[in-house]
Design a protein around this ligand. Structure first.
Ligand code: ZN
Length: 394
């Protein structure tokens, strides 16, 4: 089986190389904006874009100084954006036209199939990009030997760091593990980021909340500086660094937690999140955006052997032992059932509900203690729709 993976490595260009990289971005943006102008009167296919590119090259011979595949990748990009817009308008959304891209918004270019090479010189590793040169790269993980590099995407972050995203095709012998033994239900929340049916909970790191004060300070600083001045630029760069730090902390936390769940469990059940509804609560909107459960679920999705999203309806108010409905506001942290007498943490109760609902999707329904004996069998076809391919055996 061939797996496609993306690895992201930090690049350390020297001053000359950084200028060249920046120059490449500028050229790609120039071509992009030419295409946008070209596509003004309706859809332009990728081939049309490429024809137009050859015309452009004849008129502007300096374009030959840049890697041709990189420029062609821009037409792929335009093609994709146009198709995305058409998709949206087909679905009845209100759509506009493609817009010209600002200097500060254009921050990636792509080397597809050719023009890149990895080289080693002593301790240092280099990424060789055609027409740019050998750029020092930190390979914090090894590139698998049985893999083929499909493309390299060079990105500049807002705080002016350079990265290379490498797309790999990895040949991997598929050994399907047929037996699912360990299942877990996860409830996500604001107080505890996750509370699972094994009674483990992880407190919410509140990365944004902790940084609000320094952020406000730096934002004030930016607004006090004169527009267009160097000092304002410096302050903006500082602000971007703070934002990047927050988002890095969030990613780090979510990666560690999701990896832990994926390693220790065969099947993970999680509630299906209705984010747009949740964001309507103005008091909680910031906390919800900060927690960003969506990206957590995304990480679980590609790490877990099997992830099942369960409808979230009534998971917090139903009693996990007897099914009695116990309505409670957000402030009530303890679930107390007056029918069967069950007293537990509110989120723990919810996670067990999620687990039970999830198992019902698999056509069976047992208490969590007995789950360890349960055997579910995966369809050898290995398709992704859980409900269809799993059948209860033991
Ligand atoms: Zn009860």
């Amino acid at each position: 089986m061939i797996l496609t993976r993306n690895y992201k490595f930090r690049l350390y260009p020297n001053e000359v190389q950084e200028k060249k990289l920046q120059n490449n971005l500028a050229v790609c943006r120039w071509v992009y904006n030419k295409f946008v102008e070209h596509a003004k009167n309706g859809f332009v296919s990728r081939n049309d874009c490429n024809y137009y590119l050859t015309e452009l090259k004849q008129a502007e011979s300096w374009l030959y100084n840049y890697h041709s595949k990189m420029l062609q990748a821009v037409s792929t990009q335009i093609d994709g954006s146009q198709k995305a817009i058409m998709e949206l308008s087909k679905k009845g959304h209100k759509t506009g036209q493609l817009r010209f891209c600002r200097y500060s918004d254009y921050r990636t270019f792509t080397y597809n199939q050719t023009g890149y090479k990895f080289e080693q010189c002593g301790k240092h590793r280099y990424l060789h990009l055609s027409k740019i040169g050998h750029i020092e790269i930190r390979l914090h993980r090894e590139i698998p030997a049985n893999s083929k590099i499909k493309q390299v995407i060079v990105t500049k972050s807002k705080s002016r760091k350079w990265f290379a995203c490498i797309t790999l095709d990895i040949q991997e012998p598929l050994i399907p593990k047929k037996i699912f033994c360990k299942c877990v239900g996860i409830d996500v929340g604001i107080k505890s980021f996750t509370y699972d049916s094994d009674d483990n909970h992880t407190p919410n790191p509140r990365n944004l909340q902790k940084m609000l004060k320094p952020l406000a300070r730096i934002q004030r600083k930016v607004s006090r500086r004169k527009k267009g001045s160097n000092n304002r630029l410096k302050a903006i760069l500082h602000m971007q660094r703070v934002h990047e730090k927050i988002s890095n902390k969030r990613k780090d936390f979510q990666h560690k937690l999701s990896t832990q769940y994926a390693r220790n469990n065969d099947v993970v059940f999680i509630e299906r999140l209705e984010k747009t509804n949740m964001m309507k609560n103005h008091r909680l909107a910031q906390s919800i955006a900060d927690a960003s459960w969506g990206s957590f679920v995304q990480k679980l999705e590609y790490k877990c052997r099997m992830l099942v999203q369960v409808p979230a309806r009534n998971t917090t108010i139903d009693c996990s032992r007897c099914g009695n409905t116990v309505p409670k506001s957000l402030a009530v942290r303890i679930h107390k059932c007056n029918k069967c007498g069950l007293t537990s943490d509110r989120d723990y109760n919810a996670s067990i509900n999620i687990l039970q609902k999830g198992l019902k999707i698999f056509n069976h329904d047992k208490l969590p203690q007995e789950l360890r004996k349960v055997t579910l069998v995966e369809n050898p076809n290995g398709s992704m729709k859980q409900e269809e391919i799993i059948q209860f055996v033991g």
